[in-house]
Design a protein around this ligand. Structure first.
Ligand SMILES: Nc1ncnc2c1ncn2[C@@H]1O[C@H](COP(=O)(O)OP(=O)(O)OP(=O)(O)O)[C@@H](O)[C@H]1O
Ligand SMILES: [Mg+2]
Length: 376
């Protein structure tokens, strides 16, 4: 008997809605099918505008909540069609939603994801679990990162100390000690692709620096890199998490003001180095005994970034999770399928040793598609 779940993810990069159909019936989770629905430039622009304070936010947010709910539902339906699987065969969907604000350290801590889960449940006919971050924040945690619990379930080794680094818009690290008695820890290291994408968009008119070619064509400006690394976030002790509200083009423009005219390709090279340096600094400080480094997220596709990571993290083995049997592009979506399963089982989803929550909590809100409750 299969145990099918769907994970839906749209991360900080706002590049696409990702859908993964995962079977949890035996041993390690099996990825059955995937579907990616790129976000239109218009929608992406509207979402980006919502990430910073502006007029009429409630109305704009509510409309985008519905629009994204439809997009996520269509993405799940397209996935099922591709896989030749009926909705009835799927136990539940775990939908992360699109983060529009993440402020876990404010006076009134919150993290806000949109993409109406009630709509996803009604349109697909599949019970949908969403709003995964709130319970952890209510328990005193950051509500992020959430992927480490899944990394622990899939990539922990009894032979080697491993770290998993997910390079999405923001990059996060998971420390997996080989000693089963030791806690798993993890945190956001800082920008992953978010600044690389923004600078590539401004100077190349493209959404990303494909394979890191633009960065590879420039020279790292050491003064600028040092100024980037002076940012307070990098020296903060974990637990910590961050987002677009901190690392964005306005942040970069402020930094650039003190550095005359740095050629655009050198800025890109320096931003790429910032991602590699902040990850390697975090590794040196918090995971000095790590032997294997597993990279996932879109950043694993950036050839230049992977080279810079290998150079900075040597003599450790640095490889895409592909080498460990899991496509780097779908780990995050798979994680939310897994988190939905945890929720329906009444099991905790986040790790207090990662998020800083006072205790373990069952994550998410359940939006039922039917009158009967799905059985796990
Ligand atoms: N061939 C490539 N070359 C360079 N960069 C790439 C390539 N493919 C993907 N990327 C980068 O990966 C990003 C998308 O990665 P991903 O989907 O993992 O991030 P995300 O949506 O922000 O997820 P999250 O924040 O949840 O981890 C793109 O915006 C781009 O910067
Ligand atoms: Mg993405």
């Amino acid at each position: 008997m299969t145990q099918l779940f769907i994970g839906l993810m749209s991360g900080t990069s706002m590049d696409a809605a990702d859908a993964a159909l995962v079977d949890f019936s035996a041993g390690p989770p099996t990825l059955i099918a995937t579907h990616r629905a790129p976000l239109s430039s218009e929608l992406r622009g509207a979402l980006l505008a919502l990430c910073a304070p502006g007029p009429n936010e409630i109305e704009r947010m509510a409309a985008l909540d519905t629009q994204l709910g439809e997009i996520f539902a269509d993405c799940a339906l397209a996935l099922l069609k591709k896989a030749g699987v009926k909705a009835d065969a799927v136990i539940a969907i775990g939908s992360h939603g699109q983060t529009v604000r993440h402020q876990p350290a404010g006076t009134y801590p919150f993290s806000l994801q949109i993409g109406n889960p009630a709509l996803i449940a009604q349109r697909t006919g599949i019970t949908t679990v969403a709003d995964f971050r709130r319970a952890d924040i209510a328990a005193g945690g950051q509500g992020a990162p959430l992927a480490p619990a899944f990394h622990n379930a899939v990539f922990r080794s009894a032979q080697r100390n491993r770290i998993v680094i997910n390079i999405g818009g923001i990059a996060n690290i998971t420390l997996l000690p080989r000693d089963a008695k030791q806690f798993v820890t993890g945190f956001d290291t800082g920008p992953g692709n978010v600044l690389l994408d923004a600078w590539a968009e401004r100077h190349l008119g493209k959404r990303m620096d494909e394979d890191g070619r633009f960065a590879a064509s420039g020279k790292v400006n050491e003064n600028l890199l040092n100024e980037f690394l002076q940012d307070n976030y990098f020296s903060l002790a974990p637990p910590k998490s961050t987002g677009r509200e901190h690392f964005n083009l306005a942040w970069l423009d402020t930094m650039l003001k003190n550095h005359g005219s740095v050629p655009a390709q050198d800025v890109q090279a320096t931003l790429c180095e910032l991602t590699a340096a902040s990850i390697s600094d975090a590794t040196r400080r918090h995971a000095p005994t790590a032997e294997e480094v597993l990279i996932c997220g879109g950043g694993a596709r950036n050839i230049h970034l992977m080279q810079r990571l290998r150079a900075r993290l040597q003599p450790r083995a640095v490889d895409s999770t592909e080498k460990y049997g899991a496509s780097p592009d779908w780990i995050e979506a798979m994680a939310f399928a897994w988190l939905a399963k945890r929720t329906l089982e009444g099991k905790p989803g986040s790790l207090p040793s990662v998020t800083g929550a006072g205790h373990e909590v069952v994550l998410g809100g359940i939006y039922r598609a039917k009158l009967t409750y799905p059985q796990v």
